[in-house]
Design a protein around this ligand. Structure first.
Ligand SMILES: C[S@@+](CC[C@H](N)C(=O)[O-])C[C@H]1O[C@@H](n2cnc3c(N)ncnc32)[C@H](O)[C@@H]1O
Length: 279
């Protein structure tokens, strides 16, 4: 979704900014175990990279898969790019990235990965505090990515308030929130904030909610489902997801029942003169 949204932001010449509130280390070396699973084609990304997609879906996934490939010039999958480096790969000279990371070793690795990069800035700031302060960016176009650590349960409790503050200041920005499991921990309030324009009372934002599961969740086992809340998505994103999701589901499923659920609680009309496939 990150890549699809940034690809749409590139549709216009005007500059955009990506604000990554929980940025991580930037580049991940796959562990020996992950490499073995990748070599056998079992893991999600390895399986996806080896898969063939339809004529509709392949071009939609290509920009993302090209970025992952660029980090793995050798044949086997050894490295995975995190969100700031995926975003960085899609910045044009006029675009900027700001990435918040509070954990010092992750931040150091990210700074190393983005060394001497004049378009990307890594900051030692609490993303929840920085976010309302960083919006609206001077470009007035862009994306806020919020991908908190799911191990810290109280992290998500901060989202509704922070989102409402940020949305009130920047109601036209796009916001992408990742959450663990099948239900946003606070799913009513962000949507309400969206509809009501936050405390600023600006016009309503549009919202997409996507849940994706690769297997039933077993107690104590690794996470098998996650969701995305996308506020102010590019208007073509829902239609693209309708094409992408069934193919991605088939190639990611580990055990039945798996699948995805896409909802458009308050879809936006398409720009004048363009038709929209998904109501
Ligand atoms: C799930 S990871 C982010 C992964 C990243 N989006 C990626 O694709 O690689 C969450 C990161 O947020 C950092 N973090 C946790 N709380 C934070 C906060 N309040 N502000 C900024 N970063 C935080 C953690 O150290 C961790 O590196």
């Amino acid at each position: 979704m990150l890549v699809r949204i940034l690809t749409h932001l590139q549709d216009k010449q005007a500059a955009f900014r990506v604000i990554d509130s929980h940025a991580g280390a930037g580049v991940y070396d796959l562990t020996a175990e992950e490499r073995a699973a990748a070599a056998s084609g079992l893991t999600g990304i390895a399986r996806i990279m080896q898969s063939r997609f339809s004529e509709t879906t392949a071009p939609l996934l290509k920009p993302y898969l090209d970025i992952v490939r660029a980090f793995n010039p050798q044949r086997d999958l050894q490295t995975y790019p995190g969100s700031p480096l995926i975003a960085r790969a899609l910045l044009r000279p006029q675009d900027r990235l700001v990435a918040c990371e509070v954990e010092s070793s992750a931040r150091k690795r990210l700074i190393d990965a983005l060394r001497r990069d004049t378009q990307a800035r890594v900051v030692d700031l609490d993303g929840w505090v920085a976010l309302p302060a960083f919006v609206p960016p001077k470009e007035r176009r862009g994306l806020v990515l919020i991908d908190p650590s799911f191990e810290q349960k109280d992290e998500f409790a901060r989202w509704p308030t922070v989102f409402a503050q940020a949305f009130a200041k920047w109601p036209t920005g796009s916001y992408l929130l990742w959450y663990p499991g099948e239900k946003p921990p606070c799913h009513r309030r962000p949507r309400a904030a969206c509809r009501g324009g936050g405390s600023g009372g600006s016009s309503p934002g549009t919202c997409l909610r996507l849940e994706f599961s690769v297997a039933p969740q077993q107690a104590g086992a690794a996470l098998t489902s996650a969701g995305l809340l996308i506020v102010n998505p590019p208007w073509r994103l829902a239609a693209e997801l309708k094409a992408i999701l069934p193919e991605l589901e088939k190639r990611s499923a580990r055990a039945a029942p798996a699948g995805s659920d896409l909802r458009c609680p308050n879809p936006e009309p398409p720009p004048a003169g363009l038709s929209r496939k998904v109501p």
